[in-house]
Design a protein around this ligand. Structure first.
Ligand code: WQD
Length: 339
């Protein structure tokens, strides 16, 4: 069965392609390489022994996207990752985010309708919850006003997909990621932030490898056990495997509704200091960090209620924080060895 993975040379996309191929799916990747490298396709092939099909074009272009779909009559489903995701950049360049993230989605949905492709797995985010009133946060928690244009594009995307599924023959599973970190055990694929990383773990590993002077810890005056903010960090391979399970649920007609939403987290919250301590333990290194002011827009604490995904998908995150930080460190060292 042929599956389209948009954004398949990105961090989560590439790990999902590896898991799809391991389950025997044929994969075609579409990516404009605006935030990733073509080398990822070769590295996926080195891991799985199968080189995914690859097409480079911009999904924001309606003509190219429509022409692509017309030629892909054998597509069974789409896993849609392609989007910009830097929270801070989205505040500075909102139109870049609204145009890219929403136009791409709309062009894909139009292509699905025109070519009778019925299944989409969509990359959503816990960002839609904002700072939840109740923790752990459940899928039916109120969606709060987004704190950034990036988060708003995820909320609007969920609404667009839901509206389309009411009238068109499109089923969709929306996967709300918590904080994906880590890398494939082969250290051949991983998180590859272009420029200065926004996210915690790539900044930690780049500091340890010597690319950054020190990690800035954005605030230790939160009302949390150690004062630093809490997130639900999930290993990217656990996350990737959930996409394959969600896809098979659709293809086996096991969905109960046309649109289903699942939290993909571990159900466990970890603080910034706990991540740092885990990294120091697995690497045997002392991390250079400084406590700074809080980062505007950050929420204090969030972690997932994963009961629905555990029960309905039969999926549960298996890897712990030390697995995540060690695999991220191995990936950073592999990158340094190549440069
Ligand atoms: C985690 C914690 C920071 C960097 C991410 C993605 C977003 C969305 C949700 C997908 C926070 C602290 C960070 C640093 C730090 N993912 N931190 N120093 O903000 O939870 O959002 O997950 O949709 O796209 O960005 O992740 O890794 O930026 O921050 O102290 O240099 O680490 O304050 O508490 P965040 P993050």
């Amino acid at each position: 069965m042929k599956i389209l993975v948009t954004g398949g040379t990105g961090f989560i996309g590439s790990h999902t392609v590896v898991e799809l191929q391991a389950r025997g799916f044929e994969v075609i990747i579409v990516d404009n390489l605006s935030n990733s490298s073509i080398d990822v396709v070769d590295n996926i092939a080195r891991i799985t022994g199968v080189r995914p099909l690859f097409k480079k074009f911009d999904l924001m272009d309606p003509v190219t996207t429509a022409a692509f779909f017309q030629k892909q009559s054998d597509l069974k489903a789409i896993i849609h990752f392609a989007a910009f995701k830097a929270v801070g950049e989205s505040v500075k360049l909102p139109l870049k985010y609204y145009r890219n993230n929403l136009d791409s989605l709309i062009n894909i949905l139009q292509g699905m309708i025109n070519n009778s492709i019925e299944n989409m797995v969509f990359s959503s985010s816990c960002t839609v919850y904002g700072q939840p009133e109740q923790l752990p946060v459940k899928e039916d928690a109120p969606v709060q006003k987004a704190l950034s244009p990036y988060g708003n594009t995820k909320q609007i995307s969920e609404e667009i997909i839901t509206d389309v599924s009411i009238t068109a023959n499109v089923k969709s599973i929306l996967l709300r990621y918590f904080n994906p970190i880590g890398a494939h055990e082969s250290a051949m694929i991983g998180e590859l932030p272009l420029g200065i990383p926004d996210n915690l773990v790539p900044y930690i590993t780049q500091t340890a490898i010597g690319k950054r002077d020190y990690l800035r810890v954005w605030g230790n005056d939160y009302p949390t056990p150690d004062g630093t903010a809490i997130r639900d960090y999930i290993h990217v391979v656990d996350l990737a495997r959930a996409h394959v399970i969600a896809l098979e649920r659709m293809l086996n007609n096991q969905m109960r509704k046309n649109v289903e939403i699942f939290n993909l987290g571990t159900g466990k919250g970890c603080s910034v200091m706990e991540v740092i301590n885990s990294f120091e333990k697995v690497s045997g290194m002392k991390l250079n960090y400084r406590i700074m002011e809080r980062r505007p827009g950050d929420i204090m604490k969030v972690w997932a209620d994963t009961e629905f995904a555990n029960r309905e998908l039969g999926w549960k995150a298996e890897k712990g924080l030390d697995d995540m930080t060690l695999s991220a460190w191995n990936w950073e060292k592999a990158l340094a060895a190549k440069s």
